[in-house]
Write a protein that binds this ligand. Sequence first.
Ligand code: ZN
Length: 179
Amino acid sequence: MQFARFSSVALRLPKHAPNHRTRASPTGTYAVFVFVEPGLSTIAVGNGLDVWNNGCGNSDAHRYPIFTESSSCSTSPCLDVKLQTGLGPLDDDGNYAPSSFNPATGTITIYTLYGPPPGNQTTPLDDASVRFYTAHEVGHALGLKEDSCSGGVMNGANFGGASTAVYEECQTADFMNTT
Ligand SMILES: [Zn+2]
């Protein structure tokens, strides 16, 4: 879809120690907690997190953090995933984005309306779409920008679909989160 673009911002998440190639455990030092606010499916968001947790078929090979759902954001680092009624920010193409990530607050927001001005497209909040928005914005949190990877989750053309993190995206996430 031509207006499937997203805002491009990045957050620096905690980095793995130099030369530390594997995580000790899924709840180890490099976990980032994720709080899902009411109105969104924790299962669908969790599926979005798993795009990265299980990225590229080897969950133990990542250098980037793993993402674990939490009942609050009292433990740092944390991402806050929420639903907001109405329009979000305009993207680089002048369209309203269906989701965004704010690196200053660690907030991922999914908007109920999006699309070209006046932005009256209704955001599908089915599990597949919420999964995609979450995975896409977590990609931004990992430092990735929009890309044109075939089947990739950072490719806005795959908006709402069943795409996953492709090899190049996992490699970029590692690169962006490795000292
Ligand atoms: Zn984006």
